[in-house]
Design a protein around this ligand. Structure first.
Ligand SMILES: *Cc1c(COP(=O)(O)O)cnc(C)c1O
Length: 371
């Protein structure tokens, strides 16, 4: 089988999505499945949809295009504020976009009118992560502007937590977001349907026994895909953490000491003088171009020595596999994201759901092929 490759167990992704969707549904919170770390891979997106997510969300228009080209008709939200040059495409392919800039919102409205459609806007509010977001005190004013524009519908508000800084949302943050929803409604009339309270890092807040206020949606990628809570890295109860395995091939196996000096400058007598006991070193045919090598979790007895663009060097506690054999790793979010975007990685899907059966038309002649 080809290496390097990513093995993706779609059953485990369906299970993780279904489990989170179920737990959050009982708290009145829906889940949008975030596909950006898998570059909008359509089969992985379908596994999320099969698990019950209400829609998909991605940060890049090319990923959305890929989902649409694969025939996915589910609602898709653009969760990064659109680039000016992409507003036409955003309106064409996404039902909703998250926005923070008046000028972009205006362009989206123009594009929507031109395309004879209505585009949904969710206003992203700065709640302390200091990445994207409008200042809370400006929100109601921008919301009022959106409500007055042709081509747009105000769908709700949202916030980011633990993206740029590493602090998860507090109960107070969520209460503030909820009151902002009330304020926006008070000032512009229409119901604020969606109050989107962040990403996988908001799960501990959601599962804690606290009032949820008006927060009724989370945008979840990492927890569905990797089964972990991003800040602690801990496994979430009942979820698979091994839906993805990264497989690479051993291309060199040698006994080598930690470091060496050359004994003789003349080539004929050249030797490596050990400065420590030699141990088995392996080189795998992957490198920084393929993934974040520091994000691979080393199996027991394997020590990470280092990586260059195309080589990963490992030290083995015991003699192991030969050249030509494979090693398998679990990975963190950063390693997953880079591997899924790397051109040399083959993706192998496991446990694909059977495609729904298409019944032949009732009156067709059995011997006639439809053209
Ligand atoms: C990436 C992203 C998410 C999903 O984050 P996970 O940690 O993968 O759950 C949600 N919202 C926004 C705006 C994002 O950029």
């Amino acid at each position: 089988m080809k290496t390097p490759r990513m093995e993706v167990d779609l059953y485990k992704i369906r299970h993780n999505a279904r489990t989170l969707v179920g737990r959050l549904a009982s708290l009145g919170i829906s889940v949008s499945g975030v596909t950006k770390s898998v570059c909008g891979h359509p089969d992985i997106a379908r596994a999320m949809l099969d698990g019950g997510v209400v829609g998909l969300a991605d940060a890049r228009i090319n990923n959305v295009q890929r989902l649409r080209c694969a025939g996915i008709t589910a609602p898709i939200a653009m969760i990064r504020t659109p680039m000016m040059g992409q507003v036409e495409q955003v309106v064409r392919t996404c039902n909703t976009s998250y926005n923070t800039e008046r000028s972009v919102i205006l362009s989206l409205a123009t594009a929507a009118v031109r395309q004879h459609t209505v585009h949904n806007i969710i206003l992203m509010v700065e709640m302390g992560d200091m990445r994207d977001g409008i200042r809370p005190e400006e929100t109601a004013d921008i919301a009022r502007q959106i409500v007055s524009m042709k081509g747009l519908a105000l769908r709700g508000i949202g916030a980011n937590f633990a993206c740029l800084n590493n602090s998860p949302p507090t109960g107070a943050n969520m209460i503030a977001l909820s009151s902002l929803a009330d304020e926006v409604e008070g000032k512009c009339g229409p119901l604020v349907d969606v109050v989107s309270g962040g990403n996988s890092a908001s799960l501990p807040w959601a599962f804690a026994a606290r009032p949820k206020g008006r927060v009724n949606n989370l945008r979840i990628g990492e927890a569905i895909l990797l089964g972990v809570e991003p800040i602690s890295g801990d496994q979430i109860d009942g979820l698979y953490t091994d839906a993805f395995s990264f497989v690479a091939e051993i291309i060199e196996k040698k006994l080598k000491p930690e470091s060496v000096t050359l004994t003789s400058p003349s080539l004929a007598g050249l030797r490596l003088a050990r400065q420590s006991e030699p141990t088995e070193h392996l080189i795998l045919a992957i490198g920084q171009q393929d993934t974040d090598t520091l994000g691979l979790s080393m199996p027991l007895g394997v020590k990470y020595v280092g990586a260059t663009s195309d080589h990963l060097v490992l030290q083995m506690a015991r003699p192991t596999q030969d050249v030509g054999r494979e090693l398998k790793f679990r990975l963190n979010y950063s390693a997953l994201m880079r591997a899924m975007a790397a051109p040399d990685i083959t993706i192998k899907l496991l446990n694909q759901a059977p495609r729904p059966k298409v019944n032949p038309p009732k009156h067709s002649h059995p011997n006639l092929a439809l053209v």
